[in-house]
Design a protein around this ligand. Structure first.
Ligand SMILES: Nc1ncnc2c1ncn2[C@@H]1O[C@H](COP(=O)(O)OP(=O)(O)O)[C@@H](O)[C@H]1O
Ligand SMILES: [Mg+2]
Length: 166
């Protein structure tokens, strides 16, 4: 039996499946209403963090294509619940001072942060950690969901109950 504090582990075998897992999370978060939610993604380059956020966006029903940000660190996607897509890959300490990340995190939208570990542990607060790693085959990925805070335990429970990406 899965204990309440065990991370949820999901295996993906294609980009479509990773998007489907992201979409499932998006609909879970969408059902919870416009309370600020933070999704912190980690994992190596090319693992599938942006791919996951594409699914998350569609599950939330937001508009606009989700891409890897080039020069901007934050993309806002408008919808019933706005999605803030943050990528800290190119973060400098100067950016962290001027980015206003705390304001975004405290806002009513869903904030998905790639390379979240670069923000430092004090900035994030309660969040859902998602580590995206490589699996055995070229297209195999392992998604590990770790809730930090009560609300996120609930989110992971709902997500595990849905399992609609299989
Ligand atoms: N199961 C999978 N899940 C996600 N991406 C996959 C998967 N299999 C292959 N890929 C490929 O891996 C790459 C992931 O890219 P991207 O989402 O931009 O990674 P990241 O944002 O972590 O750097 C894409 O080219 C995608 O097609
Ligand atoms: Mg990316």
């Amino acid at each position: 039996m899965r204990g309440a504090h065990t991370p949820l582990i999901v295996r993906s075998r294609s980009p479509e499946q990773t998007r489907a897992v992201g979409a499932a999370l998006g609909s879970v978060l969408g059902r919870m209403g416009p309370a600020g939610m933070v999704v912190a993604l980690s994992g190596p380059l090319g693992a599938g963090k942006t791919c996951f956020v594409q699914g998350l966006a569609s599950g939330l029903g937001v508009r606009g294509a989700v891409r890897s940000p080039t020069f901007v660190l934050v993309h806002e996607h408008r919808g019933a619940i706005p999605l803030y897509h943050v990528d800290l890959y190119r973060l400098t300490s100067h950016d962290l001072d001027t980015l206003g990340l705390e304001e975004i995190l405290d806002g009513p939208g869903v904030t998905a942060i790639e390379w979240a570990d670069r923000a430092g542990p004090d900035v994030l607060g309660a969040h859902l950690g998602i580590d995206v790693g490589y699996g055995e085959g070229d297209d195999d990925r392992v998604l590990r969901f770790t809730p930090r805070g009560d609300r996120y335990h609930h989110v992971v429970k709902e997500l595990a109950a849905c399992a609609c990406w299989e």
